[in-house]
Write a protein of this length. Structure first.
Length: 355
């Protein structure tokens, strides 16, 4: 362990205390900052690669630690609910399948849950979605002796006392794995190192869709996991965005404020009014300073470009240029520079057109 890197990482976590406490209060998650900082520090002290990655990408460390406050799953290693792990040059919060079940139980979506992998040499009889299956196998046998992987079943006890059994085939599990951008690009990551746990998590993601009661924290956690290379991507945020740019939802997907007044303190808004009047009365490009050109030779994921285009569109419609600029201040450097250049160019075009 390198003491200087460790001290810097711990200092960074300590600086997040106010934000961490605020997130805990907003999400009523119940975790305690000092305890989680201790657990995070222990993890970095015992894992040189984790510490080195945190040192190279401190923004991702801060984001992952904030996620602890949001989901409410302690980093206490004895609980096995969540972990800080290095993945693809960034730190992410790894939520175990036990952690997913814990969130669902805490949110009263279910009372209990059993998740089991099934292999070809197991004895398995399915009795429908409301009756427990018959499943017997030798838990001490090597996995190789249990035969070919066939799938996973999730048996959940619902709040009203009914059972819900969801069977997820091996084909569906492999499809989820293939949807993982990290797996497709490098054939590495949690799907390689912890296939059994990942298969259980993928099955819970499927089963959760059929539980009558909702679990907001679990849904948010599933989105976070999907965006960090575990598959089941959707059209909102690409896993590539998260893997390259830390990509926590509060950074990329936070809604813009509706107006400039909402985004700025009163005294700043008063100072900005004369400038706004100048913009509104300008009628030709010659009277406006040309914006700085966008960064060149920067390969941004398509979803980042799409997200920036959406921010620019909303800024144009609502006239909230300052709010948009403030919104991107916490983005990673390359994405922020690109977004700022696009916003400046759009604002320049609006001013030049006299709108």
């Amino acid at each position: 362990m390198e003491p200087q890197k460790f001290q810097q990482a711990v200092a960074l976590i300590k600086q997040t205390e106010n934000k961490f406490v605020s997130l805990v209060q907003e999400n009523t998650s119940g975790v305690h900052f000092k305890s989680e900082m201790l657990f995070a520090s222990q993890m970095m002290m015992n894992n040189d690669y984790l510490l080195s990655t945190a040192s190279r990408n401190p923004l991702s460390l801060r984001s992952a630690f904030h996620q602890v406050a949001v989901c409410g799953l302690t980093l206490n290693p004895s609980r096995g609910l969540s972990y800080l792990v290095p993945r693809d040059n960034q730190i992410v919060l790894e939520i175990s399948y036990r952690g997913m079940i814990r969130m669902a139980v805490d949110d009263a979506a279910i009372k209990d849950c059993i998740v089991e992998l099934v292999y070809s040499k197991d004895s398995f009889t399915y009795h429908g979605k409301r009756t427990s299956p018959e499943h017997s196998f030798d838990p001490f046998a090597p996995k190789a002796d249990r035969g070919e992987f066939r799938g996973v079943y999730v048996e959940a006890l619902l709040p009203d006392g009914r059972l819900h059994i969801e069977v997820v085939t091996a084909e569906d599990i492999y499809t989820a794995r293939e949807a993982s951008d990290l797996w497709k690009r490098k054939k590495k990551g949690p799907w390689l190192d912890h296939f059994g746990s990942m298969a259980k998590k993928a099955a819970i993601k499927v089963a959760r869709k059929y539980w009558p009661q909702g679990s907001r924290r679990l849904d948010d956690a599933i989105q976070y996991l999907n965006d960090n290379g575990e598959g089941f991507k959707n059209d909102e945020v690409s896993a590539e965005v998260v893997e390259r740019f830390m990509g926590q939802a509060e950074v990329v997907d936070q809604p813009l404020e509706g107006t400039l007044e909402q985004a700025m303190p009163a005294e700043q808004h008063q100072q900005a009014e004369p400038e706004a009047e100048v913009v509104e009365t300008q009628a030709s490009p010659a009277e406006t300073t040309s914006p700085q050109q966008a960064p060149s030779e920067v390969e941004l994921p398509p979803k980042v470009v799409k997200k920036v285009a959406e921010i620019v569109r909303r800024a144009q419609e609502q006239g909230c240029w300052q709010a948009a600029l403030e919104h991107i201040q916490s983005w990673p450097a390359e994405a922020m520079a690109y977004a700022k250049a696009q916003l400046n160019a759009a604002q320049y075009a609006v001013a030049a057109s006299g709108e």
